[in-house]
Design a protein around this ligand. Sequence first.
Ligand SMILES: [Zn+2]
Length: 319
Amino acid sequence: MTIPPVTIDLQYRGIPEAAASFLFHTDEGPVLLESGPTSTLATLQTALVAASVDPTSIRAVILTHIHLDHAGAAGWFAEHGANVHVHPFGVAHLADPAKINASARRIYGDALDHLFGEMHACPAERIHPAEDGEAIRYGRHEFTAIETPGHARHHHAWSIPLDDGRTCFSGDVAGMRVPGTDHPILPLAPPEFDPKAWKASLDRIERGKFDALELTHFGRVDDPMDHLERVRDQLDWEAALAIDLLDDGDLDEAGRISAYRDELHERAAADGVPAASRATYLNDGGISMNLGGVKRYLKTSRSEPTRTDHGSTGGSSTN
Ligand SMILES: [Zn+2]
């Protein structure tokens, strides 16, 4: 029996179904996939206690990537003895998050504390790099890393055979979704957004022929092929939109955000997303981040067409 996890809604920024942590009851104790940010650590601890799990008893935290909304709180569990499994490029930043925290502080200022909180450092001996294809076992649960760059260079999706089907816990690489709809939302986050790598990662997940996806933002997708196709379309459309707006010399930042919002909301409305959900889930914070991610990508790809060194994580991204 490989029992499916309990999905914990972290009520991120006070919004329902915005970010998840997944709780697996394995034969070797409780395991989390995604810790969420520091700002929702108390919410997660309360949810664990409600599920009869002592937060200090978590055996392992498995991460899709080290952006603050996925990994910010992992260090707290590591301090209490949990193993942390992460892409090799994430190891140094988890052990010493000073650069990530300083970068986030520059971007968000005082708002950082309620938006994400600073990342907890993980004791180095608790961090275990997971290579592409590596399988990690806790009891009968097996978590296999699928290297899936595009949103971030250091991104793993995790393939897990469960009693209700083979499931891909996709982090951010299969996008996000407006609750109650099929409409995808894409975090084109700096500094490592790369549409070509992202599309190759979507191909890779598609070839996995999973029975279901589990999105960190948010929840179960029962028709992976349909969802992945929507993500692919949205990625092509939205990257082209952002490039057009960035190349338009007549627009300032506020004008770009306003034009982007109009287009994004119009497309979502055509997909059946109600106005209240558009306001909540397709907000200016996400739009500003996406413009930043595409701008950074253009700067890199236009100035250094042969660049292949994406090995470092610049740390300015959080989503
Ligand atoms: Zn995220």
